[in-house]
Design a protein around this ligand. Sequence first.
Ligand SMILES: NC(=O)c1ccc[n+]([C@@H]2O[C@H](COP(=O)([O-])OP(=O)(O)OC[C@H]3O[C@@H](n4cnc5c(N)ncnc54)[C@H](OP(=O)(O)O)[C@@H]3O)[C@@H](O)[C@H]2O)c1
Length: 336
Amino acid sequence: MKQIQLSSFGIENLKLVNAPDPGKPNKGEVLVRMRAASLNFRDNLVIAGKYNPKFPTPMVPCSDGAGEVIEVGDGVSEFQVGDRVLATFAPHWIADKATHQEMRYTLGGPLDGTLREYILFSETGLVKMPKHLSFEEGATLPCAALTAWSAFHIYSRLVAGEIVVIQGTGGVSLFGLQFAKLSGAKVILTSSSNEKIEKAKSLGADFCINYKETPDWGKEVRSLTEKTGADHIVEVGGAGTLEQSIAACRPFGVIHLIGILAGRSGELNLLPAVMNNIKIQGIVVGGRKAFQEMNRAIESGGLKPIVDKIFPMEETREALDYLKSGSHFGKIVISI
Ligand SMILES: NC(=O)c1ccc[n+]([C@@H]2O[C@H](COP(=O)([O-])OP(=O)(O)OC[C@H]3O[C@@H](n4cnc5c(N)ncnc54)[C@H](OP(=O)(O)O)[C@@H]3O)[C@@H](O)[C@H]2O)c1
């Protein structure tokens, strides 16, 4: 079978190779013909050896993927041949509260990832794909979508009528926008690009702020909310944006700390967070149960992920470079 292999860290060591087929499923296992994978910010870091230099190589990158069941082992009860399925980011993470071990054992490092034609999964490492989605759309869900979903529905509770600030227009952020609208929330979105702002408005963003033109956007959020502030902030910037997020947040609001695109450390004035009872909640993806709940909501809401561009497997490096450029809007997918 064909697979994308990283022989050692560095994008120059990423190659399309022939590898042995995985063989027949053992008890409790499911053999899947993969059809699409999607890229996350993390994948470039893993490939460069910057995410965790202790990850073993050679390895197959990418955590997210969709495919079709072609054979099941004895004892498999949830899946049958022909089912369209999605890989879970962490195959041993089932319930909402996981152990350290369950959260760290993830596809695309340290485990082999989804950029290959056939994969043997344990039954619990898969979920059924929402019926109305293509493989390319479904492949975007395991990491980015579940992270945004967990923020609003697992680690806090988003209520209709609340105000949500979304930073940026990448994978996690656009799912955040779509889930917030699905729940009846009002969305204020920040972006570096006026062109992307227009696209975000067409997806339902109620107000947008260009964070390059308005670096003090926290104040702007307060004036857009009659000085109250937002109930939820989807924080993908990290240390570089946290002060603005605190300024934008209402008393007793939540900052969902998901990414560190604008820095992992820095000098911060945290006093306003204390004085306003602001909760800063770290978020890592989510478990299988949350994934299934999210898929039900996606299906019943008819939500369609925003796919910016689909690349063939042969152009995986180009796809990763495109992700790195930051010019995308939503998700980048590789067809397998
Ligand atoms: N904790 C978790 O479980 C988890 C899961 C997934 C992702 N993440 C993290 O979340 C972050 C985003 O991931 P992703 O996959 O969505 O990345 P992505 O698709 O590459 O999106 C990045 C987008 O973030 C925006 N951005 C960059 N710097 C910003 C800043 N200073 N202020 C506001 N927006 C900024 C940009 O939007 P504009 O072009 O519109 O400016 C950019 O397009 C990464 O740090 C990633 O590691 C964490």
